[in-house]
Design a protein around this ligand. Structure first.
Ligand code: FAD
Ligand code: NAD
Length: 447
């Protein structure tokens, strides 16, 4: 028997554990996690807090007993505080009492995930300031929103979490102020032509937007409860609740002094999820991931990547050499009925990474004009100028056109050129698209 100790029993750790337990009977699997719960789908927090779904019960997809039934050992509410990499030993501390204990390993998998970044400003520890990462954070924010005295909610960061929780707060009848240092929302994922559509959508739903504004201080009342947000420009806003959502940083406490790190502190892994220590693997939000658009390593914190990289780690630890095929960072958001999806690089992110790109846009009704239920679709395809390979795509519509982004994801992965896309066989049916469909038309428009 070969023993693998997995630290972190959430999406990446779970995927790796199941891969090992389901495919490799010679493997002994031990999971350790400091939290009380596992497999919480954070994507559901805004849906639950915003009352779009009834409650949180469906947001967990596995439990401790499922692993025990497969023969694994799992220690919840147990923190790993220290690892002896030379001796291959993990030192564990039960958080609910009992003695510390040590686990020996043949392979170690770090799936310790990420932590929300806290704005480094005065007043950041006042009561009434929350993050939205764990299930417990969701419970806290939900409780806050149920208080009648909480009328005005400030959301700091208009990325994915910020925009989603801003919608949730509005659905709970709050006045919502959204701040972002960038000049628009969702700037990490979309070009301004697309993020401006979300901006309009938020304004139409009465959210107060403060983009291009950096929060410089939180002020509190006599009881230490936040009651004001102050910007760098000196503007002051009265608030009853603050939700910070300015991004994640990898949780690297256990390996930062031993393993090679990426620029943001993520564990550097190869295409088999192996770190710079051959006995140590890493996957999910604590590790790098290979980007096919950049042809190099990057950091993208997504559950989809955590699951895939966990599976790859599981197979490699189990003894099947499996190379990760890389990712495109495909993502999507749906707010008050407006759907945006993207994959790979936007024009703006390509410039940031030094990739010289061109793009082609197209906008039309999704279906022929004779179809009654019909919405506009806007598409942008981004391609590298020199090779003409597709490196990104963005789509926006009130219709659900989200599945189209998966094709672009594959195109990026397989280095398909824009010219190949222009004559791709795309079916036509009035229920779904036009004879001159938006993908073909955009691709044909490429210079
Ligand atoms: C509100 C919200 C919405 C999201 N929506 C989406 C979405 O729609 N789509 C999407 O793809 N992604 C989404 N994400 C991102 C996604 O949740 C993360 O990318 C994903 O959780 C990463 O999984 P992970 O297993 O790598 O890490 P994590 O989920 O961070 O889990 C790490 C685990 O390690 C444990 N741990 C850490 N250190 C220790 C230690 N020292 N000892 C013991 N245990 C430890 C933690 O307790 C935790 O359980 C969302 C995130 C949030 C917060
Ligand atoms: N729908 C989804 O797929 C989904 C939903 C939620 C979260 N997630 C993932 O979870 C991770 C964390 O989400 P997130 O929303 O925290 O990060 P994010 O990267 O999506 O957005 C962070 C936002 O904060 C802004 N920002 C950064 N520093 C700031 C500052 N000091 N003041 C004001 N604004 C600042 C950035 O401009 C950016 O718009 C991301 O990787 C995200 O993709 C995905």
């Amino acid at each position: 028997m070969s023993r693998t100790v997995i630290i972190g029993a959430n999406h990446a750790g779970i995927a790796a554990a199941n891969t090992l337990l389901d495919n490799y009977p010679d493997q002994e699997v031990v999971l350790v996690d400091r939290n009380t719960n596992l497999s919480y789908l954070g994507c559901g927090t805004a849906l639950w807090v915003g009352r779009q779904i009834e409650d949180y019960h469906g947001l967990f997809y596995t439990k401790k007993e499922d692993f025990e039934a497969k023969g694994a050992k799992i220690y919840m509410e147990t923190s790993v505080n220290d690892i002896d990499y030379a001796g291959k030993k993990v030192h564990c501390h039960p958080l609910t009492g009992g003695d510390d204990f040590t686990l020996e390993y043949d392979h170690l998998l770090l799936t310790t995930g990420s932590t929300p970044i806290s704005p480094n400003v005065p007043g950041r520890d006042l009561d009434g300031i929350h993050f939205l990462k764990l299930f417990q954070d969701g419970q806290d924010v939900d409780k806050e929103m149920s208080k009648p005295e909480v009328q005005t909610v400030a959301v700091i960061g208009a990325g994915y979490i910020g925009v989603e929780v801003a919608e949730a707060a509005k659905r709970r009848g709050k006045k919502v102020l959204v701040f972002d240092a960038a000049p628009t929302c969702l700037a990490n994922y979309y070009d301004p032509e697309f993020s401006s559509m979300m901006e309009e959508n938020l304004k139409e739903h009465d959210l107060e937007l403060h983009f291009g504004k950096l929060v410089s201080e939180y002020k509190g009342d006599a009881n230490g409860r936040v009651n004001q947000v102050v910007t760098k420009e000196g503007e002051t806003y009265d608030v009853d609740l603050v939700i910070n959502a300015i991004g994640f940083r990898p949780n690297n406490d256990l390996g930062k002094d031993h393993l090679d790190l990426f620029a943001n502190g993520a564990y550097k892994v190869d295409r088999h999820q192996v770190t710079s220590d051959p006995a140590v693997y890493a996957a999910g939000d604590c590790a790098t991931i290979y980007s096919n658009a950049l042809d190099g390593d990057t950091y993208i914190a997504l559950a989809s990547n955590a699951v895939r990289s966990g599976i790859v780690a599981g197979h490699n630890i189990g003894g099947t050499a499996l190379e990760a095929i890389g990712v495109q960072g495909s993502n999507g958001i749906s707010i008050f009925g407006l759907n945006l999806v993207s994959t790979g690089l936007s024009v703006e992110s390509a410039a940031k990474f030094g990739v010289d790109v061109a793009y082609t846009d197209f906008e039309d009704l999704q279906k022929p004009a004779f179809m009654k239920v019909n919405d506009k679709v806007k598409i942008r395809i981004v391609y590298e100028k020199s090779s003409r390979r597709v490196v990104g795509a963005q789509l926006a519509s009130k219709a659900d056109v989200s599945m189209a982004i998966h094709m672009f994801s594959l195109a990026i992965q397989e280095h398909v050129t824009i010219d190949k896309l222009s004559l791709l066989d795309i079916f036509f049916l009035p229920h779904f698209n036009q004879p001159y469909n938006y993908i073909t038309m955009a691709a044909l428009g490429a210079k």
